[in-house]
Design a protein around this ligand. Sequence first.
Ligand SMILES: *Cc1c(COP(=O)(O)O)cnc(C)c1O
Length: 366
Amino acid sequence: MNKNYTFSAGPSMIPAAVLNEAAKGLCNYNNSGFSVMEISHRSPDFEKILSDAESDLRVLLGIPDNYKILFLQGGATTQFSAVPLNLLSGSKKADYVVTGLFSKKAYTEAQKYGDIRLVASSADKNFTYIPKLSRDDFRPDADYVHICFNNTIYGTKWGYIPDTGDIPLVADMSSCILSEPIDVSKFGLIYAGAQKNMGPSGVTLVIVRDDLIGHMREDAPTIFDYKLMADNNSMYNTPPCWSIYMAGLVYKWVISMGGVSAMSELNHKKAKLMYDYLDSQDYYINNVQPDARSIMNVTFVTGDPEIDKAFVKEASEAGFKSLKGHRSVGGMRASIYNAMPYEAVEGLVEFMDAFSKKHPKKEGDR
Ligand SMILES: *Cc1c(COP(=O)(O)O)cnc(C)c1O
């Protein structure tokens, strides 16, 4: 193999076609004689980059007209505050489901701003499953319900969209946006940092139903106001130009690949290769409940931290980079986002099999 593949959870792989196009744009944008990074965000060139990104994304995800698309700064983490600041506008109650570290952070942050209830948590089994919830589990007067749709660290995802009735459902989709088709109309708000599946870090996407904006609490920082950002086309201040440009190139690449449903087919094929292999042997263990398995982040352990360490090192030497699991869970994690080619996952599975034969476990290790 002559190429390294990085299985990093984020920042993560960017399609080669996008990187090549960006390299040109960085030096000489559209033969203009200047870099795409040297133009004003108010120039027609940049306005086209922004409006293309928005319209391409609208088509890719089938985003209805009554939803605003915002390109913001501050990462998904900033949305942990921006969501309650904007959406706790009625009863000031919100219901949160904690299925991992990021949803826990979101839940903790929201507590500063209202009556925040923990509806359910999968912490009791180290976040290896997704709770089964129905409408009765949520407070009928809650301003919104918050979930994290794909749990990057634990390798789980919601296999269903919880029925919250009329209560707006808010979802952190940082690590699964554009991986599968989603019915946006089932959500009040979706947010996602770009650096998993939409290019480099620096821009955070917010898709929000238009009746939910315009109610931010008055003492909140102006810059967090979705309404202000929507009214100014995400350009109340200087937007993250480079990240928006890159995200736009990623959207065009997804379109060239056949759109989100084609992407989804490929992602399911890659994930199946990994999980079928994991299920076929007992050297590596995936602890996630089968109906909660993520197709973006695949976690596994050998059960022996020393062997895990050797695995990460030897895999890296063989060109399979960044397979170390998150520090809070250990073991290994293969993040196989949209940009990860099928051949790379095939290569990884072959490597895993060869490694398991080369490093037999001691008796009693399993
Ligand atoms: C990476 C990640 C975050 C944190 O994103 P930042 O852009 O670093 O703030 C939040 N939620 C999920 C699901 C993530 O994967």
